[in-house]
Design a protein around this ligand. Structure first.
Ligand code: FSA
Length: 376
């Protein structure tokens, strides 16, 4: 039985680890140690170590929609998160040439919120160029026959800043943090990465785009308003991601991440030409591939590792699958440790699943391994 002076060891200081440390410390646990493999927090290994991340409650599955709504509530009201959250809305759609898969994914997103009371006055359908102009006049690219919707109850969080705040808070609350340790992986999880890059805007250019919604053309990719401190506008192309398979069959994050995979620069330029053509030729800066822990069905894994010693009482919270940052404020309240078992079926240990071969409904294209690419 867990008591407030039980020792809790958290492996990994990313979104799930930090959120767990925060909520356990807040609940009065006094002996919490957190190990982080990277040499700092925000860790260079955490996908959350990023300028910003999308915050939205659109999910094919209402379970996650509700969870994301509770996270949005917390992001807007908890003083630890609120300074890092901008509710600029979410402009989601498809360009005219989008493949059927992107169109299906968009329809599911819309269906997940359109009848929900929380969104009753928040959604505007986008059926024409004029409709885009009405909600985001700064987007002056062709966006011909671009259709979708604008959801006001969404936005983005300044991700690394939020990590810094929570890290400072957990240290203040007495969590013992040890940096530079090794973490664990398994076959249920595969490391996949996506390009994140930026263009640098001048203060005048940034001012023109201030407050634009997070815009996601499902078939092309997404971008955010320019960062209000630096003028950096973040862009990420759509795709099924890049793996880094080892001889042992596991894909793990690569040592070097500061590059643009072949073909991806053109994908970024296409996003710019479609939405913000005046910046289409701007140099791409601070480019990196951002690593996520993917599961076969995009469900997180938050469970005890089955079996006897040495794993007794070892729990994992992982499998972000590219959609966990928004849950930062609530991830650690998934009270596995106190209940002593996971009764949320979807988050159970996924023995026998293979994340490396799975097909994901909300992603376009096919996964490529870094070994297939000729990197410059
Ligand atoms: O919650 C979100 O909508 C973030 S998705 C961002 C993204 O780059 C995905 O587009 C991609 O498919 C992968 O899951 C990594 O995250």
């Amino acid at each position: 039985m867990l008591t407030k002076d039980s020792s809790i060891l958290i492996v990994g200081g990313g979104i799930f680890g930090l959120s767990t440390a925060y909520h356990r410390a807040k609940a009065g646990y006094t002996k919490i140690t957190m190990l982080e493999k990277g040499d700092a927090i925000p860790s260079p290994l955490s996908a959350g170590n990023d300028l910003n991340k999308i915050v939205r409650a659109e999910y094919e599955d209402p379970f996650y929609a509700e969870l994301a709504l509770s996270a949005i509530e917390e992001l807007g009201s908890n003083p630890l998160f609120a300074p890092h959250y901008s509710q600029v809305g979410y402009l989601l759609g498809n360009s005219a040439a989008a493949p059927e898969k992107s169109k299906r994914s968009l329809a599911k997103s819309m269906a997940s919120i359109e009848r929900h009371p929380a969104f009753a006055t928040q959604i505007t359908a986008i059926n024409s160029r004029d409709d885009v102009h009405a909600v985001a006049s700064a987007l002056d690219g062709p966006m011909d026959e671009w259709t979708g919707y604008f959801n006001r109850l969404a936005g983005y969080a300044r991700a690394a800043d939020a990590l810094r705040s929570v890290y400072a808070a957990v240290k203040e609350m007495g969590v013992d943090v040890k940096l530079g340790r090794t973490a664990i992986i398994g076959q249920q999880i595969t490391a996949k990465s996506w390009l994140i890059t930026h263009i640098q805007l001048t203060p005048e250019e940034a001012a023109q785009l201030e407050g634009i919604p997070v815009t996601y053309s499902r078939d092309l990719g997404f971008f955010f308003e320019p960062d209000r401190k630096t003028g950096l506008l973040k862009i990420s192309p759509s795709g099924a991601g890049f793996t880094n398979h080892q001889e042992n069959g596991f894909s793990v994050p690569s040592e070097r991440n500061d590059f643009i995979p072949p073909g991806e620069e053109e994908a970024v330029r296409k996003i710019l030409r479609e939405h913000l053509p005046r910046f289409a030729d701007r140099p791409l800066v601070n480019s990196k591939i951002c690593w996520c822990a993917d599961t076969a069905d995009s469900e997180y894994i938050i469970d005890f590792v089955p079996g006897r010693l040495p794993w007794k009482d070892l729990a994992v919270a992982t499998g972000d699958s590219g959609h966990a940052f928004k849950m930062f404020p609530v991830a650690g309240v998934m009270d596995l440790l106190e209940k002593g078992k996971q009764d949320v079926e979807r988050w159970k240990w996924k023995e026998g699943s293979n994340a490396a071969t799975a097909e994901v409904s909300w992603r376009e294209g096919t996964t490529r391994d870094l070994s297939e690419l000729v990197l410059s």
